[in-house]
Design a protein around this ligand. Sequence first.
Ligand code: SF4
Ligand code: SF4
Length: 268
Amino acid sequence: MKDLRTIRIFLSALFLTASVAYLCIGSEVNPMAQISMRAQIIPSALAATVGITLFWLAVTFFFGRMYCSTVCPVGALQDTAAWFRRRILKRKGDFSYKPRANVRLYVLAVYAIALPIGLIWLSALVEPWNILKSAARLTNPELRVTPGLAFAGNAVAGGLVGLLSLICVWIWALAKGRRFCSHICPIGTFLESIAEHSLYQIRIDPDKCTSCMACERNCKSEAIKVSERFVDNGRCVRCFDCHKVCPEDAIRLRRRFKRPATPEALRT
Ligand code: SF4
Ligand code: SF4
């Protein structure tokens, strides 16, 4: 699973670079950069590119919220805050399990109502791709934006709204990890409902776990409760950091219906 973490970090860095290049400079920078846009859920859904949307629904059903840890540009940006927190501020391992917050449902409900009635400006505040797209208008005023996106006619004002959103998300991530993903992002909340039933889930092996708490303290989604050997797979963004820090190789991606190993005490 350490290989999976390396692959996911590589993909995340690649898609973030491609997204920034595509939006801030334009597709002429490299036609391949367009992939970053085509891989996104909301632009694909709005363009009725059903294939991409179905692809991500299937990936989430099988493996959980891989979208959040690979192609989402705001997810990758929050990971840079996590890196800064760990490597520069030398703060690590002080997360703990939190129950799900209802605010995510309210945001999703407002977003689902706002989009069809044309209140697209909300996207520049809560939806990852459009947050980045709005901010990119500061360097690329020619960028075509959806009519109705925050200050669509005024690139500087729209850009400042997007940039402010990005800065808020980054600072929040520095302090509280992936709270934006679990409290605000409407895509995250939607994927959560599929991911909690995914075929492969992050599980703690009770036979190996020594309750050292390393995984819970390092889970930036605050999704692990070691005392109950519980992982909230709806909230987990599949960063695989828990597996990296576990000294016993006790937490990993496992098939959901596989029978857990028998506890040592009962094997007689
Ligand atoms: S449970 Fe593990 S893989 Fe999921 S978000 Fe937390 S640390 Fe990352
Ligand atoms: S890091 Fe591993 S051993 Fe420690 S509490 Fe988590 S699963 Fe158990």
